[in-house]
Design a protein around this ligand. Structure first.
Ligand code: FES
Length: 142
């Protein structure tokens, strides 16, 4: 079996929603200290719906594929739904990632959450702090 699924290769070679959004309603930058990869997610939010999303990822192919897939999963969705996207869901949508690359999908989940937290903070919206369990990443065992 090939190490990477066709979907991973497709999203790596033709990433969707690459770029930045000027005056984004929420921006989230996360990184993995061990591999050094960095991901930034930009959200445009209208009436609590994510109307546009872009990303920049300086990292490995799996991180690029994960962020690309994650943007497709949250575009057009309510904020509450985007908050439930997990790294496992991103990896499954990519038809799986090799075990040692799962942490790359974690970056995508964290980038979405960081951008949504930024949106909440900027707009003074109250939220349950447990939704955002801090900056440190327990998953990064890379
Ligand atoms: Fe670290 Fe992929 S995000 S190797």
């Amino acid at each position: 079996m090939a190490l990477y699924s066709d979907k991973v290769m497709d999203h790596f070679r033709n990433p969707r929603n690459v770029g930045t959004i000027e005056n984004a309603d929420g921006v989230g930058e996360v990184g993995n200290a061990k591999c050094g990869d960095i991901m930034t997610m930009y959200l445009k939010i209208d009436d609590d719906v994510i109307t546009d999303v872009k990303f920049e990822t300086f990292g490995c192919g799996s991180a690029i594929a994960s962020s690309s897939m994650a943007t497709e999963m949250i575009k057009g969705k309510p904020v509450s739904e985007a908050l439930t996207v997990t790294n496992k869901a991103v990896a499954e949508a990519l038809d799986g990632l090799p075990a040692h690359k799962m942490h790359c999908s974690v970056l995508a989940e964290e980038a979405i959450k960081a951008a949504l937290k930024d949106y909440y903070d900027k707009n003074g919206i109250a939220y349950d702090p447990e939704l955002f369990p801090g900056e440190s990443c327990a998953h990064c065992e890379h």
